[in-house]
Design a protein around this ligand. Structure first.
Ligand code: HDD
Length: 689
């Protein structure tokens, strides 16, 4: 009876989209290779009877499913990766013998993973947070992992504080919220009790913590490292990634709304641009300095809460990174990639920075927990692309098992592929810097200045950016329930900028100002303004790679729409058609234009700028649609440029927008599409206030 039974449980007619296998090679099998005839119905005792334990196909399928998850990263759980290459611009053998910097034009494969820090794997992309910027270079002499962030400083100076920092920033342990945000008591309690974090707090309250996309953010190696050349000469170095797109962030109210409209906003952006062939690029820059500079610099170069301003030590560009391929499988590559700060190559070395030293323990350790075996180095995404020869053996899931008899050193067997030997002339050599001292738990006095660079950062921002920082402090601290914690934060801000502290105190409704926090070392406010610290001073100069939201309806003039699309194409920009239905619209000339979004799925927060191309009839209809009104109101509130035509008037009138029109509005009845694009090359219309 069972054999003549035809009903499979799947509904509908699969048609072309669900075909049976054409030949042997397409037949589904079990993990053991046994061909499967039906994977939708379990083996039962009778058509309506219980499932049999004997069903090896069902048991295998469910067994494997039950074990699909591995622990998410304890921090940086939410991330997105891509493949690409790094191309060195020149022969830099005078400063380092690192193989990837020896030959002009040489390309080294890379894998990059961008991430947020605090949220869990499923958290939204636009959380106010630091972004991880981790790069694995597959060099000819092993993997070099530059595990950085999009902010050049860190919260703490010593790795022993890292578990406390992370515990305080993540969800509170009893209630398990808030998710992916620092706007809660525990974080601000810890931060305000750790004055070393004040400089970093200024950065995360700035728009650096809400980037427009990964493509528009810088990356930093944060720590001071060493470069060593073949003569054994050493220099200090700080690494910088500079996006070719320029710097751009969103505004906070926009970030909150993007998180609702598209929690995958940053992932989708990277996916879409790489799939479209518009490959994002960053240049790698180095700040190189010697011991003498380090000895005379105002701060300790081993203190990860400090930068070296680019005006003091210029950034030399040494190469570029191009991301040109998405992963084939997210789990295999992005999830299993194991970055380790201790993965360095000959020619690069660590410094005694106590944060870096602790990281060098933590990353290897965490990969064992996450990936389950010391053989995680054999997973393709982690395996070096150069030969790997050693006597490590066995362990869970060992895939690369040595041949032959030799598995120890020293041994008497003749040398060869199966019997590698360490080589004093060519192997990795650590810097020979002499070190001495007493064994003690101590924070160097040279790490004691917690405010000076916070002052420098704040005064290097434009007034618009300073306002955003003020508003971010008020937002975050308004979510802190304990008054004493709010006060403690403001007491630190008084050491940074009195006007900022007062504005934040007012925003929080303080009746009186708290005393200034006692400083371990008197702050100095004579540090130069550093323009490189501002996003707005380093913004994009084109609309290339940015996106216009075109809100239109049927009846739109062909010439207008086509002209706009052509100009966008010429600029290398992206666009989406936001239409009343996703099927799209019909132009006045009867041409069908596909929609990308409907108005409630495509709010203006998803775009860098908008064009509202409604006919009068369309605008009258849209004036009754709340999402259409939000589209315009939000674009206005977020200082976006708004292109429009006369037909849009009924919608604008409904919003009292006509009286508010400013230089950020572009009349597309009188201005050409090229004029509009020229305006869009400015990031936003900040004058709107
Ligand atoms: Fe970390 C992940 C960056 C301090 C311990 N960290 C991680 C990632 C980035 C950073 C980008 C994600 C890598 C990926 O995409 O897989 N971390 C930083 C930077 C720091 C920093 C720039 C300061 C300059 N981290 C830091 C300290 C410790 C850790 C002080 C521990 C003492 N970090 C870890 C970790 C993680 C990690 C627990 C979690 C998942 C992983 O390593 O692979 O080991």
């Amino acid at each position: 009876m069972a054999e003549s039974f035809k009903y499979t449980g799947n509904k509908g007619n699969g048609g072309e989209l669900h075909q049976l296998p054409a030949d042997e090679s397409e037949i589904m099998t079990t993990a053991q290779g046994c061909p499967i005839s039906d994977d939708q119905n379990s083996l039962k005792a009778g058509a309506r009877g219980p499932t049999l334990l004997e069903d090896h196909i069902m048991r295998e399928k469910i067994f494997h499913f039950d074990h699909e998850r591995i622990p998410e990263r304890v921090v940086h759980a939410r991330g997105y990766g891509a493949h690409g290459y790094f191309e060195t611009y020149d022969d830099f053998s005078d400063i380092t013998c690192a193989d990837l910097f020896q030959r002009k034009g040489e390309q080294t494969p890379v894998f990059v993973r961008f991430s947020t820090v605090a949220g869990n794997k499923g958290s939204p992309d636009l959380a106010r947070d630091v972004r991880g910027f981790a790069v694995k270079f597959y060099t000819n002499e092993g993997n070099w992992d530059l595990v950085g962030n999009n902010i050049p400083v860190f919260f703490i100076q010593d790795a022993i504080k890292f578990p406390d920092l992370v515990h305080s920033a993540k969800q509170e342990p009893d209630r398990a919220f808030p998710q992916a945000q620092t706007a809660h008591d525990n974080f601000w309690d810890f931060a305000s009790l750790s004055p070393e974090s004040v400089h970093m707090l200024m950065w995360i309250m700035s728009d650096r913590a809400i980037p427009r996309s990964f493509r528009f953010m810088e990356g930093f190696g944060v720590h001071t490292f060493k470069l060593i050349n073949s003569k054994g000469e050493e220099k200090y170095v700080k690494f910088h990634w500079k996006p070719k797109c320029g710097l751009q962030s969103v505004v906070w109210n926009e970030a909150l709304k993007i998180n609702g409209a598209d929690p995958d906003f940053h992932r989708r952006d990277l996916w879409n641009t790489i799939q479209a062939g518009d490959f994002p690029e960053w240049e790698l820059g180095v700040q190189i300095f010697d011991q003498e500079f380090a000895d005379n610099f105002e701060f300790d170069v081993f203190d990860a809460t400090k930068i070296i301003p680019e005006e003091q030590v210029p950034v030399t560009i040494v190469g570029k990174m191009v991301l040109n391929r998405m992963v084939d499988n997210f789990f295999a590559e992005t999830e299993q990639v194991a970055f380790c700060t201790q993965n360095i190559v000959p020619g690069i070395d660590f410094t005694p920075d106590p944060l870096l030293q602790g990281r060098n323990f933590s990353y290897l350790d965490t990969q064992l927990k996450r990936l389950g075996s010391p053989n995680f180095t054999q997973i393709p995404i982690n395996a070096p692309r150069c030969p790997m020869r050693h006597f490590q053996q066995d362990g869970h899931m060992a895939m690369q098992n040595p041949k032959g008899r030799v598995n120890y050193e020293p041994n008497s067997w003749s040398q060869g592929e199966d019997n590698p030997r360490a080589c004093p002339a060519h192997g990795y050599k650590s810097s020979s810097q002499p070190i001495e001292g007493d064994k003690l738990r101590y924070r160097s006095e040279t790490f004691a200045d917690h405010y000076s660079q916070a002052i420098q950062f704040y005064k290097s921002q434009t007034p618009v950016e300073q306002t955003h920082i003020r508003d971010a402090f008020i937002f975050e601290l308004s979510k802190v329930e304990t008054l004493a914690i709010r006060e403690r934060v403001v007491s630190h801000l008084r050491n940074v900028d009195e006007a900022l502290a007062t504005a934040v105190a007012e925003g929080l409704g303080f009746e009186e100002m708290p005393d200034k926090a006692e400083a371990a070392m008197a702050p100095r406010d004579d540090l130069m303004v550093s323009d490189k610290l501002s996003i707005l001073k380093n913004g994009p100069s084109t609309f290339k790679g940015r996106k216009l939201g075109i809100f239109c309806c049927s009846g739109v003039e062909d010439e207008l729409l086509e002209g706009l699309l052509q100009s966008l194409k010429a600029e290398g920009a992206m666009y989406e058609i936001v239409a009343p239905t996703v099927h799209g619209i019909k132009t006045a000339g009867g041409k069908h234009i596909k929609g990308n979004q409907v108005i409630d799925g495509g709010p203006s927060v998803l775009y860098d700028a908008v064009a509202v191309l409604l006919t009068e009839e369309g605008a009258k209809a849209q004036a009754k649609v709340p999402e259409a009104k939000d589209f315009v109101m939000d674009a206005f509130a977020h200082n976006k440029f708004i292109g429009y035509i006369g037909g849009t008037k009924p919608l604008f009138d409904e919003l009292n927008m006509t009286s508010k029109m400013d230089g950020g509005f572009v009349d597309l009845d009188s201005k050409t599409a090229d004029d509009f694009i020229a305006t869009l090359r400015n990031t936003r219309y900040w004058q709107r206030g």
